[in-house]
Ligand binder design. Structure first.
Ligand code: GRF
Length: 209
């Protein structure tokens, strides 16, 4: 049975789109049942309309506190009863009130080789650190920001001429391949499997050399 997933997104939704496209391939290991956003309008919401995925917005600004938002979001997830929540460019840090009220496991995609470079501006952090490799990670979401266990990671080499914007383009392309691949790995190997380590050759994910 495919994993029934609910997606959380805040912005343009290119990862949501990659997940949507992979979800209609034969034998896809997951289905996308619903989208929840924290702002409207946004690109992810428009994609949901195009793909006929039921979407709901919980506008963050309408809530009196982060805890109130977290509780409403947890309630919304529980009502949809998915097997899994997929954060795809969801720009809210979930607090204790969410985790207390929602037992559903969550995955997130983050544009760095975690545990390196948590938080924002990861391309800049990578360049400033002088790293030889950059990439993206799919990890379980815990109350610790970008600190949950890894499910899958893919890397690419940083070139001497790379800038924040050139890295942003290449890492995003890698992310679009990695998130669906991580879900296939989860379906095959189970949640306790060791992390899947991959590399991006510019066109496809290949085994980590
Ligand atoms: C991606 O880089 C994702 O890893 C990060 O936010 C960005 C969202 O992009 N969490 P998009 O909305 O999926 O295009």
């Amino acid at each position: 049975m495919p994993l029934r997933c609910l997606v959380l997104a805040s912005g343009r939704g290119s990862n949501f789109q990659a997940l949507l496209e992979a979800s209609v391939r034969p034998q896809a290991p997951y289905s996308l049942e619903a989208l929840v956003t924290d702002r409207t309008p946004c690109g992810a919401e428009a994609l949901a309309a195009r793909w006929q995925v039921p979407a709901k917005c919980l506008p963050y600004r309408d809530f009196s506190s982060r805890a109130a938002f977290d509780k409403a979001l947890a309630h919304r997830v529980r009502a949809a009863a998915p097997d899994l929540v997929l954060c795809a460019g969801f720009m809210r840090v979930l607090g204790p009130a969410f985790f207390e009220a929602c037992p559903t496991p969550l995955l997130n995609i983050h544009p760095s080789l975690l545990p390196a470079h948590r938080g924002l501006y990861t391309h800049r952090q990578t360049l400033e650190a002088g790293d030889a490799f950059h990439g993206a990670s799919v990890h379980w979401v815990t109350p610790e920001l970008d600190g949950g266990p890894l499910l899958a990671q893919a890397r690419l080499p940083v070139a001497p001429e790379d800038t924040e914007s050139s890295l942003a383009v290449r890492v995003l392309e890698l992310e679009h391949a990695l998130y669906p691949r991580a879900l296939s790995y989860l379906a095959e190997a189970g949640p306790a499997a060791r992390p899947l380590m991959l590399a991006w050759d510019g066109e496809a994910l290949v085994p980590w050399p």
